[in-house]
Design a protein around this ligand. Sequence first.
Ligand SMILES: Cc1cc2nc3c(=O)[nH]c(=O)nc-3n(C[C@H](O)[C@H](O)[C@H](O)COP(=O)(O)OP(=O)(O)OC[C@H]3O[C@@H](n4cnc5c(N)ncnc54)[C@H](O)[C@@H]3O)c2cc1C
Ligand code: FES
Ligand code: FES
Length: 476
Amino acid sequence: MSATFTITINGIQETVQGVPPTTTLLEFLRSSGWVGTKEGCAEGDCGACTVAVVGEGTDGKAHYTAVNSCLVPVAALADRQVITVEGVTRDAKALHPVQEAMVQTGGSQCGYCTPGFIMSLFAAYYDGKADDHAVEGNLCRCTGYLPIRKAAASLGAPKASDPFVAALQTAQETAPADSYYEYAGNRFHHPLTLSEVFGLLEAHPQARLIAGGTDLGVEINKFHRAFPVLVSLERLQELKSFEDTPEYLEVGAGVTLSHLMARAHGIFPAFDEMLYWFAARQIRNRATLGGNLANASPIGDLPPVLMSLGADLKLASQTGERWVSVSDFFTGYRQTLLQPGEVIASIRIPKTLPEGASRRLSQSYKVGKRGTDDISIVAATFTIDLDAQERVVQARLAYGGVAATPVRALEVEAWLIGRPWTLHTAQEAARALRQTFRPLSDVRGTADYRLALTGNLFEKFFVEFSPQVISQEVNA
Ligand SMILES: Cc1cc2nc3c(=O)[nH]c(=O)nc-3n(C[C@H](O)[C@H](O)[C@H](O)COP(=O)(O)OP(=O)(O)OC[C@H]3O[C@@H](n4cnc5c(N)ncnc54)[C@H](O)[C@@H]3O)c2cc1C
Ligand code: FES
Ligand code: FES
């Protein structure tokens, strides 16, 4: 048992003890005197709490990664290095280039959001990605975004003499250790292998897995759920695999969405599109594919993509492995085929077309109240495989936000098989889609609006992929 662990904040090693394992990094920072980091929403939406964590990039080198400190349990970052707004200048007389840029453009007024913007831009600056997307997870209520965007756009590349560049080059992540932290009977485990995870799940049937914690963090902060035993999947190399073959892409369930965006870009355009609109960079830096599936939200954005692309999941447990189709995985509201003791190990997406098909049309759509960092009202992915005569060989139309689970329109899919890919077919299918589901009304959208979207998005898909078909039919 360990009643303490260490975490390095702005170069200073801090000992963590006497706090529950679910204490967030933000709570720990502020109670330790690092009060520059602010709390706005405590649910990942405003970015005021953004800090940079040193972590491994897809190139295997150390990078600064922006994360929402309000969602990460501090125990998840045992032995890691964190930079907060107090630490961005090592010389108290000079501002950091990101701070200087914000001053020059007038990017701050009341200043409450500013530490979060500084840290998002700080992480992006050292990655050469200080564009609008760097701050898509940060809200400002008084300055207006133009000066902040100008500050981001004015940033050049860091100088070779920049101490943070040098710090990254020498950053030695401590070799991840198998450890656990305990306080008042509550534990946070950091296993290194799946077999250790299985042992922990057997020994503690009430244990909850935690990957990036972007869903669990909200449960902790907003629903005050107690998790007496948390088993982290973060240090499991077995869940970080990435296998790209001519037949399929297989991705470990613990790969973060940011890494997935970088590594899988260009393989499945429908996947790229949905990842682009998924949350914001701070969330994608922590969130995993496995977490999005296991969370089983009816408005999760990636299940429709994976269902439409015909993906399978590898579920692993003490007794072995089994494969299930993502289309069969969701069995009811927030229920899945996962059995006690089972973990999602990987996700395999086939690349090959079905027999008789000569080309594929596939795209994702997300409708929310704002562009980024928003929950879907309806999300959809359509994949249509056509033969050489432009007849439908296979159709997979998958939706989120229209039922208790992510769902496919199986009857419309079957109706489409063998039909010519024409405007008439698309309009008939859209009409049927608008009668297929029984969605609920909620604060985000009415049932009627959602139903209209199910068909309208399919028509949009047709128009996007087949503009020449439309002009031929209209002129005929
Ligand atoms: C501000 C904000 C914006 C968001 N935006 C979006 C969005 O645009 N679209 C969207 O779909 N979601 C969104 N989410 C939800 C969340 O980010 C995703 O569901 C994310 O993929 C969860 O992954 P995680 O690794 O953080 O999961 P965690 O929070 O660690 O875990 C979620 C659940 O999955 C279980 N779990 C995790 N990994 C595994 C595994 N390998 N095997 C079995 N069980 C596992 C955990 O026990 C837990 O029950 C958002 C969340 C926030 C806070
Ligand atoms: S406090 Fe709003 S994102 Fe963390
Ligand atoms: S400067 Fe006031 S909220 Fe951004």
